[in-house]
Design a protein. Structure first.
Length: 353
């Protein structure tokens, strides 16, 4: 199977992972008014489809080495179960993330959810497989945690200012009784993002457990088992979200069938883009031990997708349009803290050497 053999090759894959994980959600935005609950059926299909194609192409190359199918024959059933479970945990976290995106946008949901996941996953991965300079790893995680708090304050302040602007023209006379339009608060999107982050931080260490040891599952096998966990758990999770939506009216399955071909294709494309990033990340963490980036750093760099998605939300989708100077400053501070935290985590393995 095709795997990177140098530290810099692994870094290139991690950059690709970061771009994919930070960009897939644009397909949800491009789908327009297509509800996330039905979008996600196609998304989960795309993930599994991409994993299968990669396994039976790249995973079968270099037959003198152990191929994807050879590895699955010798892999322990327990390790394989961990890979499926990782997909199921990730899927619930990602569904909550997609729900948060539909409520609050990319620039809020990603930094809070994936930022919290980064902190949890980086620390947990380091405990399972300590590689890199600990002070830099934990210091970087702390900066990311502060960035999450700053982003939450920025979003809350933005909504408050927006609500005040909506109320002002309705009340030209200060003596008149206030008529406040009901505007969604910040709490719903922030809570969805936080719960998503708690779950998201658990899936990557589970992937590491699946890959560990001589009977561990290889990256391409992890991709298929992970994708299967996502696909089949979607059949369990999505009916719940459709009957108890976070926003809007309950949906019937006929809503999925009524989608346009373009919307279905965008959903599949979103899943494919995520899985390409996932396979890049899984492979990067499986380089030879002498040049290995390390799972804690691989996960952290993969979560640099937060910056990519936040920039999409801010610069392309204008999610903070009309924000005041204070909110803009908080957003800049959040981005700077995030970059600093990721930089510290990224150079941690070089400092350890």
């Amino acid at each position: 199977m095709v795997l990177p053999t140098t530290y810099f090759a692994a870094l290139i894959l991690l950059i690709g992972s970061m771009l994919c994980w930070g960009s897939w959600a644009n397909t949800q935005k491009l789908a327009g008014k297509w509800r996330f609950e039905v979008f996600y059926y196609d998304y989960s299909i795309g993930m599994l489809l991409c994993a299968v194609i990669a396994a039976y192409t790249l995973g079968q190359m270099a037959p003198r080495e152990l191929t994807f199918s050879d590895n699955l024959v010798i892999a322990a059933k327990r390790q394989m179960a961990w890979a499926v479970a990782a997909g199921m945990v990730f899927n619930l976290a990602n569904l909550l993330l997609v729900a948060a995106i539909s409520v609050s946008g990319l620039a809020v949901a990603f930094p809070i959810s994936i930022g919290l996941a980064l902190v949890i996953g980086t620390v947990w991965s380091y405990i399972l497989n300590p590689q890199g300079y600990a002070p830099l790893i934990f210091g970087g995680a702390l900066l990311v945690l502060i960035a999450i708090l700053v982003d939450g304050f920025a979003y809350s302040g933005y909504l408050q200012a927006k609500k005040a602007e909506e109320v002002r023209p309705l009340n030209p006379d200060p003596r008149a009784k206030k008529k406040t339009a009901r505007t969604p608060g910040a709490a719903r999107g922030i809570v969805l993002s936080l719960v998503s982050g708690l779950l998201m931080g658990a899936f990557y260490p589970m992937v590491e457990i699946a890959k560990a040891g001589e009977v561990g599952v290889a990256p391409y096998g992890v991709g298929i088992l992970f994708g299967a966990g996502v696909f089949f758990s979607s059949l369990l999770y999505l009916p719940f979200f459709m009957n108890f939506p976070v926003e809007g009216e309950p949906l019937e399955f006929t809503a999925y069938l009524s989608g346009k071909p373009r919307q279905h294709l965008l959903g599949v494309a979103g899943g494919i883009i995520w899985m390409i990033g996932g396979l890049c990340n899984f492979c990067a963490a499986s380089t030879p031990s002498s040049v290995q980036v390390g799972p804690a750093v691989s996960y952290a760099l993969g979560q640099g997708a937060t910056l990519v998605s936040a920039l999409w939300g801010l610069l392309v989708w204008n999610e903070f349009k009309g924000a005041n100077e204070r909110t803009k400053m908080l957003i800049v501070v959040m981005l700077v803290l995030y970059v600093a935290g990721l930089a510290m985590i990224s150079i941690a393995p070089l400092r350890a050497r």
